[in-house]
Ligand binder design. Structure first.
Ligand code: 5GP
Ligand code: MG
Length: 180
């Protein structure tokens, strides 16, 4: 696994330090709001587990699983594979995401949750790749861990062909890995 990494973009220490900072901000923002923290599976799992322990105010955990429709005619269309289990109407909701890339999936998630009439809806993403944003996507994440350049990254929950999620850092793969 390690031997497939060309470059470490964010070390374990950098990520943990940033999460501690975000935790202070989010704990102040959500004090007395008992927010529902919604993680978007599966990429967010590692970030979620670390982040939630730094949100030191009462909150509720929930998860969504979305994916794009497979098949040729509906490319780019998203669907809810698993919805949140809490009733979020009138609740303060914070979406946790691994990465904001073209914006398609977060835009979809945001609209889906907004239709359930939460009292507030905000987004915290570990990584943001603004260069990749698709035109027409205007949604801005409220909290960003790191803004990164336009490169495909793995680790800390992010996969390539379902592998590398368990690396404790975020890195870039060697080009030959894609040709295997
Ligand atoms: P979107 O393009 O809709 O913003 O991002 C969709 C999903 O693509 C993300 O939630 C993430 O799972 C995946 N993705 C986007 N950029 C990367 C990347 O650099 N590395 C990995 N492993 N996944 C990515
Ligand atoms: Mg994701």
């Amino acid at each position: 696994m390690e031997k497939d990494i060309l470059e470490v973009l964010l070390t374990e220490q950098q990520i943990q330090n940033r999460i501690r900072e975000l935790g202070e901000t989010l704990s102040a923002e959500y004090a007395d709001k008992d927010p529902v923290i919604v993680g978007v599976l599966k990429g967010v799992v590692v970030f979620y587990a670390d982040m939630i322990r730094h949100i030191q105010v009462p909150c509720q955990m929930d998860f969504m699983w979305i994916s794009s429709y497979s098949g040729t005619t509906t490319t780019g269309q998203m669907q809810v594979r698993r919805d949140v289990s809490a009733n979020i109407e009138g609740r303060h909701v914070l979406i946790l995401e691994d990465i904001y890339d073209t914006g398609t999936s977060l835009d979809f998630t945001y609209k889906h949750l907004l239709s359930k009439k939460p009292a507030s809806l905000k987004i915290c993403t570990l990584l943001d790749k603004p260069e990749r944003r698709k035109s027409g996507i205007t949604l801005q994440p409220d909290y960003v861990g790191f803004t990164i350049p336009n490169a495909f990254v793995v680790g800390y929950g992010l996969d390539y062909n379902e592998h590398y999620r368990n690396l404790p850092y975020v890195g870039i793969l060697k080009p030959e890995v894609y040709n295997r």
